[in-house]
Design a protein around this ligand. Structure first.
Ligand SMILES: Nc1ncnc2c1ncn2[C@@H]1O[C@H](COP(=O)(O)OP(=O)(O)OP(=O)(O)O)[C@@H](O)[C@H]1O
Length: 581
């Protein structure tokens, strides 16, 4: 009769390891297979906590006890191999009394299957990365055969993967898929290469970098090519280059404009220091700057510069009102500047008079010879500059006047400030921007241009066709021109008018003697033949003689001033003093 199989037999002979624990995780029952798989003795297991024996299974047991739920398919390391464990809670009358663990070793096949699974997972991850990359990616083998390309590459190159996979990059190049191949470069150099490709089909520029993967034998196993679309960047670069060109063109136009401006304003400036100064002046015009102080010796072109600043500013169409602060006595100057109401003072016109500041409304007020402005008037001017309003002499009403102010002087204003001849606050108010005109002797490069300019001008004016030789111009370039451009202008005008020959050289050269003639000095030459040695009287006589001579020779007081080396207002005052008309 067949022997009856007990439950014990079943448990002991099952191919799985079986361990039962109490609800504390202590081992109560185990079978042979369990002992075998764990490679332990009975004593190692009986009543022992499962966790120190197989920690990963122990943890699973505790999970099962805590959750009161089975734990299936837990993969746990066991020495160098792995086991797969199912743990089920044991209930009696619904009370949890322990667990039963059923486990078996993973076979080599099962381990391989597991590994394949994880490879598949990895592969899936790579596939996702490969196809979701916005950069194009190609993979070629060591012979340049395309193994795969990603979706971005299909778009960037305007191709389909099926049409290129399995083909050689050399073929693709022949078929004009791209103009040159980075893969072939990598194959030749065996190192990372980068090329810029033009893709005719998609009309894109791609920056392609090929990176080789070298195997253990030192052969190129794979070449991975990464493509980046540079079309956008190239468009941006082209736009940038275009805007650069436009900027250069504007700059060129600006410098041409400067030349044009100079021509328009009859300003000659060939020397670099003068050009720089004029550029600065034009900038001030364009920004609508006010309170510009122009410094420079007499005849250097301060008035001309002030007019240029005005003309080229947004106020150019508005009045340019010029007042020579040295030319009028204090009371008249005030009336001229600020105007007066009728009957404001004896001699005032019946109707009253509008002042120059008011006339300059919206335009430019040019205060020439500001250094000669009397102190009392300086205070009134400062008040106007601060409040932008004036009150006519004898008037009660304040009138708002907005104009830009340019002041000029050949004096050292800072020195005047120190000597208390000029108000310091006014000085700072007027000198927000300072332009210093160099004397002509410091801009020799301008001489020849100025000579040609004025020769041409006076030839036209007097209907002559006089000329000057380069040698005479060179002589002029060595002259110190105490009267600056005004003196040069006057020499050329006189040369054109007075010189007998067509060539004005002789006249010009004789006009520019810096040194007095040998044996005689200027004073001796003009000394009256008298026994009267009174210094003051003789100086006055000499001054009068010189003024008379200059009056005869020059048409304007400015020209006289240039030659005499004093300011024009002082010439005017002296002419009045000696009653020379
Ligand atoms: N760069 C220049 N190009 C051509 N002409 C010039 C130049 N600079 C000055 N001039 C001419 O020289 C003369 C004197 O110029 P301007 O009256 O402007 O000088 P200034 O410095 O104001 O003299 P002052 O201090 O005596 O008033 C003018 O006829 C002017 O046109």
């Amino acid at each position: 009769m067949n022997e009856k199989i007990t439950f014990e037999d079943v448990v002991q002979n099952t191919s799985n390891g079986v361990i039962a624990t109490d609800c504390n995780g202590h081992i109560q029952i185990f079978n042979k297979k369990a002992r075998q798989l764990l490679n332990v003795t009975d004593q190692d297991l009986v009543g022992k906590d499962i966790e120190p024996i197989i920690p990963s299974v122990g943890r699973a047991v505790h999970d099962c006890l805590l959750g009161k739920k089975p734990v299936y398919g837990r993969q746990c390391p066991l020495g160098v191999s792995e086991i797969i464990v199912n743990i089920t809670p044991i209930f009696r009358s619904e009370k949890l009394i322990g667990t039963v663990c059923n486990f078996q070793k993973l076979s080599a096949f099962e381990t391989a299957a597991q590994k394949t699974d994880s490879y598949q997972n990895l592969n899936r991850q790579f596939e996702t990365i490969f196809h979701s990359s916005s950069d194009g990616i190609w993979v070629c083998d060591g012979n340049g055969i395309v193994l795969s390309i990603n979706s971005a590459s299909e778009i960037l190159n305007g191709i389909e993967a099926d049409h290129v996979i399995g083909r050689s990059v050399f073929d693709l190049q022949m078929d004009m898929v791209f103009d040159h191949s980075v893969t072939s470069k990598v194959m030749a150099s065996r190192q990372r290469e980068t090329v810029m490709q033009y893709i005719a089909k998609s009309q894109k520029y791609l920056l392609s970098t090929g990176t080789p993967s070298i195997d253990e034998q030192g052969n190129i196993a794979l070449i991975v090519i990464n493509e980046r679309d540079m079309t956008e960047l190239n468009t941006l670069r082209r736009k940038f280059e275009r805007s650069q060109m436009v900027r250069e063109k504007y700059q060129q136009e600006l410098s041409e404009l400067t030349l044009f401006t100079l021509k328009k304003n009859s300003i000659i400036a060939e020397s670099s220091n003068m050009r720089q100064l004029l550029q600065m002046a034009l900038k001030l015009s364009h920004i609508g700057a006010s309170n510009i102080l122009v410094l420079g010796e007499s005849g250097t072109g301060k008035g001309l510069l002030a007019r240029m600043i005005h003309k080229n500013s947004s106020r150019g169409q508005k009045p340019f009102v010029e007042i020579n602060c040295a030319a009028l006595p204090e009371n008249l100057l005030e009336a001229e500047l600020f105007g007066y109401e009728k009957g404001a003072f004896t001699g005032a016109r019946d109707k009253g008079k509008i002042g120059l500041v008011e006339l300059a409304q919206g335009g430019t007020l040019f205060l020439d010879e500001i250094g000669d402005m009397p102190l009392l008037l300086q205070t009134k001017l400062l008040k106007y500059l601060d409040n932008q309003e004036i009150r006519r002499i004898g008037g009660t009403e304040f009138i708002k006047v907005s104009c830009s102010v340019i002041a000029a002087t050949n004096q050292n204003l800072q020195e005047n400030v120190q000597k208390k001849l000029f108000r310091e606050d006014l000085y700072y108010r007027l000198s927000s921007f300072v332009l210093k005109l160099p004397p002509l002797r410091e801009r020799v490069d301008d001489v020849s241009g100025l000579v040609r300019f004025y020769l041409n001008k006076f030839n036209k004016k007097y209907s002559y066709n006089k000329t000057i030789s380069p040698q005479a111009i060179r002589r002029l370039q060595k002259y110190s021109f105490p009267g600056n451009i005004r003196e040069l202008k006057s020499i050329i005008e006189n040369g054109v008018v007075l010189s007998d020959s067509n060539l004005i050289d002789d006249f010009v050269v004789s006009s520019v003697t810096d040194e007095p003639p040998p044996g005689k000095n200027a004073v001796q030459h003009h000394l009256p033949d008298t026994d009267d040695l009174n210094l003051n009287r003789n100086l006055k006589t000499l001054e009068k003689q010189l003024l008379k001579q200059a009056r005869k020779k020059f048409r304007t007081t400015r020209e006289m001033a240039a030659k005499l080396g004093v300011s024009q207002p002082s010439v005017v005052r002296k002419l009045q003093k000696y009653n020379i008309s």
